[in-house]
Design a protein around this ligand. Structure first.
Ligand SMILES: [Zn+2]
Ligand SMILES: [Zn+2]
Ligand SMILES: [Zn+2]
Length: 448
């Protein structure tokens, strides 16, 4: 090597490393870092101002145009950066025959990440022997979906049009625990914080749907339960079908975890394991406890409007876009009551507004003068069918849009959330859903 030509570099290794370093870093902005690191590694003494002349010197000797070359590097760099938005399935080999997978197809999907929403490319792979399709969070066998059961993937599908990054949901998790954040609050903060980078704002409803999906799947993974596929739009039904199993597993887990750390006397819930029950009965004579029952109003759900007996209503959750559960799907809101009859000249509900002090008001259209009249919500609620038509019109349910006004809903019947029984040292005895307020009944159910 000609020492004169490549001065101040001393060996071919230094020349190679120098060029490699220049290619790797964006030299416009990181010249100083490059020089510092280079000098430290090679114990040399290159000057910051020598980089540009050195590069043009190399190009001259090898017959390249420096400017042209740097533009090509820039292009290469952009392409490499774009590849960061590619997401691959978490498995490289077929879970059943261990064959290596081959590329099947890729799709661009709106993705909510910790750094705002963006379009990312999600690829599917395939086992050519078993014909199983592997996606980022699930695999398809003969038309049936299964979630990966050993772990949660880094990205989770809400639908085939929307994906969430898992770290965003973990972030939400921390905020719920530490800050009591609501879905609305988190959504607003997310949209405000990322408004300059997000290609589409986050929607509260979508966030709550993916949140419950994520929590259920995390629960299943943690306790080694079968991670069967369920539609994120129907998490309530999924929970309802499995709730007693979930409560039993969770009570046991909490009790055992607590017992390993707790030195005080304890009580148990009815689902506790055999081992714990034995310890419990040994200590029974020493037992003197104060149990605190308290309600938590956060987790509430809608209830079916069907009246089973006079004044006794169905406990089930209504199905999507209905006021009734699956069992009472055929019910209609009762119109026989005289209160419900509409004036003959009533045409339809055409608008609504929120009057802070008076609540919602509705603009009604009549066939007689005055043609348009603003009426309070209490008045309009007597005409559920007309209201229903209006609500459906403004609440156009769609995956990509969110124009739902959450307070504007005819069905005001909600559960009263959950009641918990806790000992002073923090052990959770039991929790139950309460249908109305905190009542003695709900407490009694917890005790028995
Ligand atoms: Zn296979
Ligand atoms: Zn304890
Ligand atoms: Zn029902």
């Amino acid at each position: 090597m000609n020492q004169e030509v490549f001065y101040p570099l001393k060996s071919i290794g230094e020349v190679f490393s120098f060029i490699f370093g220049c290619v790797k870093v964006d030299i416009e902005h990181e010249k100083e870092t490059l020089v510092d690191n280079f000098n430290e590694i090679f114990n040399s003494n290159i000057n910051f101002h020598e980089i540009e002349p050195l590069l043009s010197k190399f190009c001259y000797f090898f017959g390249f145009n420096y400017k042209e070359l740097s533009e090509k590097f820039k292009l290469l760099d952009d392409k490499l950066n774009a590849r960061k938005n590619f997401v691959y399935p978490p498995v490289k080999n077929c879970l059943f025959c261990n064959d290596s997978l081959i590329f099947y197809e890729a799709k661009e999907i709106l993705t909510y990440t910790k750094n705002g929403s963006q379009i990312m490319t999600f690829s599917k792979f395939k086992c050519s022997f078993c014909h199983i399709i592997y996606e980022i969070d699930r695999y398809l066998i003969r038309g049936e979906w299964f979630y990966y059961s050993e772990c949660l993937s880094n990205y989770i599908y809400l639908s085939s049009y929307i994906v969430f990054e898992r770290s965003l949901l973990e972030n939400l998790n921390v905020h719920i625990i530490k800050n009591n954040v609501s879905f609305k609050g988190f959504t607003d903060a997310y949209n405000e914080g990322h408004k300059n980078v997000s290609i589409k704002p986050l929607c509260r409803k979508r966030l709550s749907e993916i949140w419950f999906t994520y929590k259920i799947r995390k629960f299943n993974v943690k306790f080694g339960l079968e991670n069967s596929y369920f539609d994120p739009k129907f998490t309530e039904q999924y929970l309802q079908n499995n709730i007693s199993e979930f409560i039993a597993i969770y009570s046991n887990y909490w009790t055992e975890k607590h017992l390993s750390e707790c030195s005080s006397k304890f009580l148990l819930c009815k689902n506790s394991s055999k081992v714990i029950k034995q310890i419990f009965y040994k200590n029974l004579t020493n037992l003197l406890l104060k149990v605190c029952f308290d309600g938590n109003q956060k987790c509430r759900r809608l209830r079916c409007l069907a009246e089973i007996q006079p004044e006794i209503f169905c406990d089930e959750t209504p199905v999507l876009e209905s006021y009734f559960c699956i069992k009472h799907k055929e019910n209609t809101v009762n119109l026989s009551n005289e209160e419900f009859s509409q004036p003959i000249d009533f045409d339809s509900i055409i608008d609504h507004r929120n009057q802070a002090s008076k609540g919602y008001e509705y603009k009604l259209k009549f066939d007689s003068v005055p043609e348009f009249r603003w009426m309070p919500e209490s008045y309009v609620q007597k005409w559920p069918n007309a209201l229903n038509i209006f609500l459906k019109k403004i609440n156009n349910y769609s995956d990509s849009e969110c124009n739902v006004e959450k307070d504007l809903c005819y069905n005001k019947r909600k559960t009263g959330a959950v009641v918990t029984g806790i000992i002073s040292c923090g052990i959770l005895l039991h929790f139950n859903e309460i249908l109305k307020g905190e009542s003695l009944n709900s407490v009694r159910e917890s005790v028995h």
